[in-house]
Design a protein around this ligand. Sequence first.
Ligand code: UN1
Length: 490
Amino acid sequence: MKAYGLYINGEWVPSESGQTFETRSPINGEVLATFPKGTPGDVRRAIDAAEAAFPTWKRTPPPARGEILLRAAHIMRERKQALGELVTTEMGKVIAEGKGDVQEAIDFLEYIAGEGRRLLGETTPSELPNKFCMTVRQPIGVVGCITPWNFPMAIPIWKIGAALISGNTIVFKPASLTPLCVAALVEIFEEAGLPPGVLNFVTGGGGSVGVEIVENPRVKAISFTGGVPAGIDIYTRAARSLKPVELELGGKNPQIVMDDANLDLALEGILFGAFGTAGQRCTATSRLIVHEAVYDEMLSRLLARTKALKIGNPLDPNIDVGPVADTAQEQSILGYIEIGKGEARLVCGGDKLTGGEYDRGSYIQPTIFETAHGTRISREEIFGPVLSVIKVGSYEEAVAVANDIEYGLSSSIYTRDVNLAFRAIDDLETGITYINAPTIGAEVHLPFGGTKHTGNGGREAGTSAIDEFTEIKTVFVDYSNRLQKAQIED
Ligand code: UN1
């Protein structure tokens, strides 16, 4: 078992606190490594390093920055199996998804490396003769990135990749449940030739490390993915210094199944969307909204398939659902299941599994409730393998139920009616809509994010990835050799 340090200015160093915490596998509780409990002082040292590295990194041509990202992607590709096993061991998602997490990181690095040859601005004519107008993108400076545990490689890489190609330097705080995955990424960037100080890594609590990153005026922008309460706290603290913040928060994502849907396809979609990653995705399908004409058939087929899902060690490729992240997550999910029992009809699962290997982790049965719209389990984000099934009588009712929610990340509709599919694209109030596909599985070269309380309006990944990490500068070049006055009549 390795004792890691903080990574500041290209070196692994201890925290000034002298204290550490353990990262454990949710599979069996095994301690995987220790990391320092960082302090605000540690964060300030990381900011010193990031500030010192910024001028040179800013002047490094973006295609050269991209080459380092490509080298990192290449190393990840070579080690994909081992990195996937690390994701699965530290976070608990099944191995196919652990490797998927790594692949999503590789995909994004390869995509965003090419952005080094774009970072496009605009050119446009001037209203005056002999004058040139354009915009250019500039890095913001030292940026703070704070990430969750559910995609312990993909989400850090969305932020790191976009911040680096844009020319920023980074102070990074990983979720305390999955620091080892991010430490592996830090080592890969070092190996790929990233200069010291460009990426700094400080582990520790949100209340100490996180707050200092958010409030320190030398950190010029924040990118956060996580829960709504933490997002609101970060946004509020950052507002006092007018610091730009990008938030990717929760979801309560609906899959609508219409009366004309291909039910085989819809069934596969629900199983993957609701119980993939044990439901611990912001994009997880947590509401199934089914037209009454196919409701009974859909539900009975869903129950049969759900009961047959294999729960266990996620490193075993035959397992469908692994453990949830930790005991706090377990308690929260079981709490919601109890709430559900009081307000809805439990039709499948509902228990924590015990005995044998199950006693060493938090294994919760895939759980299904039939419920009316508006119950707590059908409104609140559970972040676990718990699905609410809601019966509706029409497309209009399905959309009304889908939209009557505080979140707006992902949505899906299964129908063979092309007109209805296009109406749904217009009608569903989410940042991402799938037609005949589950609510999970976004691809990295398209924008990712949501409406309402899912965020504060921004989008990560895709063509919008660099927006949060660049300032737009508008440039006017007057080559007339005389004073020309815009807007002023002669
Ligand atoms: C998340 O759940 O936090 O679309 C991110 C998906 C993944 C990303 C999910 N590509 O499910």
